[in-house]
Design a protein around this ligand. Sequence first.
Ligand code: 48F
Length: 257
Amino acid sequence: MALDEIIITKAIIDRYYEKLINNLETDVAIVGGGPSGLVAGYYLAKAGKKVVMYERKLSIGGGMWGGGMMFNEIVVQKDAIHILEEFGIRFREFQENYYTADAVEAISTLTSKAVQAGLTIFNCVSVEDVMMRPEGITGLVINWSPVEMAGLHIDPLTVRSKFVVDATGHATEVVKVAVRKVPGKLMTPSGKIEGEKSMWADHAENLTIENTREVFPGLYVVGMAANATAGGPRMGPIFGGMLLSGEKVAGELAGRL
Ligand code: 48F
């Protein structure tokens, strides 16, 4: 049967439109497609919640593809091995408590399993603002990343969600917007972003999990964004904390929804 370009075009437009319209109102909207956001999205979807993710870049995965300094292997400690097992990501013991996995297998599998569990991902979409109400943050303001990159003067669109998760890593982009533009204070000692501290892997890994929480009504932080908001140190290419942080935020939100 001959293939018709117009049907191909119509199929893409129809299906994308369906995804878009179905995700205007969700339980959870995750900003950023790094490891912590993907794990959060997977567990929330698995728990039957309606969850969407916006990622600025064309490719999902954030800082996981490149391992450490482009050596595309990651290290995961024992506490988080159950998450690799849950996703079916292969790993090898390096020495006691240090396991390695192929970074490309890890991030592509996190992405694939999260989508198959029910997470809807919109790539090439940047979150530039939040929607606010007296009770807190109630959604996101989104635009095409190429619009942002080209500096075009085009108004964004808005989506509503019961909770927003900032999974933007070191940048803490959603929290930054909230601090700058939403009346009120963050649930941090200074009421503002405490700012990420220098390398201390052991301490940072524990703090990442501790700092994974609600920081403003309706807004949670996960992964590196959790430490950057709360003033925790960075940890480099050990990823157990990112995975456990995603698992934790999903559990907390599933409990509240
Ligand atoms: O940085 P990233 O991988 O976040 P993460 O899940 O993991 C951190 C680790 O990769 C690593 C680390 C562990 O040792 O410290 O850095 O905390 O992924 C963040 C994603 O968010 C996207 C960005 O492109 C990246 O893929 N992002 C950032 N700002 C926005 C955004 C935005 N405003 N809108 C949409 N996506």
